[in-house]
Design a protein around this ligand. Structure first.
Ligand code: DAH
Length: 343
């Protein structure tokens, strides 16, 4: 029996060495030391021993049990430690590795330009109005006092959807919509700006795009004179290009304004001395404007004897090209990130 116990101890040591998982160690412990385990089987023979032998074998049995228990426990600890090592190895963070780059988008140059202009006018108490890009011919031309033979009405200049519906060629039709609505809601006077997309049947080149943006300005009220017109536009220009900037109102012709003007500003690059940006002239044309034509007011149900107003319209791409020295309008629509990133 003594031999059996010594053999069991030896075999147990080897078997414990060869197992690799916690489950297997536990199973082995049950096999060796459990109620039906191998040690118990051996010790069952104790009843047949003499009274001298019994305590000796009993002691040896206890020693073997203790030894196996110790080995099992230290094996379990070893397996746990090596599992932890493996996990730490797997979850290790190498702080010297280059990080993942998340590239943030940014505002498009055109949106930025619109925001800049909008902010200036909002600072002067204007609110923002909007209108549809698909417009009626009536709002886009007739109500704006454009004569039937006006060249901009030509099929080759404008995208017609039907005879009466078109893609708006300018943001000016929103003047009509806003004035009619104000009359209906008894909501005059008006001070609005209208940023939006416009369309003309132009072949794309460095200065033309069939789709582009405008910002319309409209003020209608009692006692609105050329003085308010001039003061507002000058304030706008100085906020956009700096307080030194001068304006020049050059006579022009638009169907919907009388008198009409194109507004030039002293070149923000050279201050008026002449440079490539202003093509040596010292002045740059930035927008069209004028006092609202009485016919336009009448077309919206407003009495031109009581009310007057002024209006202006500017091309957003043109403002951006001037401001940032961009020489081709198409760059703004090609969406090459290397270009867009510059602004
Ligand atoms: N709608 C004109 C254009 O597209 C620009 C313009 C000129 C708008 C004078 C106005 C204005 O409101 O008064 O060329």
């Amino acid at each position: 029996m003594q031999e059996k116990l010594k053999d069991l101890k030896k075999i147990a040591e080897e078997r414990i060495k060869s197992v690799e998982t916690l489950d297997d160690v536990e199973q082995l412990r049950v096999d060796l030391l459990g109620k039906k385990g191998e040690l118990t089987q051996i010790l069952k023979g104790m009843g047949k021993l003499s009274s001298e032998e019994r305590p000796v074998i009993g002691k040896l049995g206890n020693e073997v049990r203790q030894l196996i228990t110790d080995s099992v426990n230290s094996k379990k600890e070893a397996i746990k430690a090596s599992m932890l090592d493996k996990r730490l190895e797997m979850e290790k963070i190498d702080v010297t590795m280059p990080g993942k780059k998340y590239k943030l988008g940014k505002q498009h140059i055109i949106s930025k330009m619109i925001d800049e202009v909008t902010e200036i006018f909002m600072g002067m108490g204007f609110s923002i109005a909007e209108g549809p890009e698909v417009e009626t011919v009536s709002n886009n031309f007739d109500a704006l006092n454009a004569p039937k033979d006006h060249p901009s009405r030509d099929m080759s200049d404008t995208f017609y959807i039907t005879e009466d519906i078109l893609l708006r060629t300018q943001t000016s039709p929103v003047q009509i919509r806003t004035m009619k609505k104000a009359v209906k809601e008894d909501n005059l006077p008006l001070k609005i700006i209208v940023p939006g997309r416009c369309f003309r049947s132009d072949s794309p080149d460095a200065t033309h795009s069939p789709m582009f943006h405008q910002i319309e300005v409209l003020v209608v009220g009692k006692n609105i004179t050329f003085t308010e017109f001039k003061g507002t536009m000058e304030t706008f220009v100085q906020k956009l290009y700096g307080p030194e900037t001068k304006t020049k109102f050059r006579p022009h012709n638009f169907p919907f304004t009388e008198p009409s003007a194109e507004i030039d500003v002293t070149c923000f690059k050279c201050g008026g001395a002449g440079c490539p940006v202003c093509k040596g002239e010292g002045w740059i044309e930035i927008l069209g404007a004028g006092m609202v034509h009485p016919n336009v007011l009448k077309n919206c149900g407003i009495d031109p004897e009581v009310y007057s107003g002024f209006a202006a319209g500017m091309g957003v791409e043109r403002l951006a090209m001037l401001k940032y020295g961009i020489d081709d309008i198409r760059l703004m629509f090609e969406n090459d990130v290397r270009f867009l990133d510059e602004f």
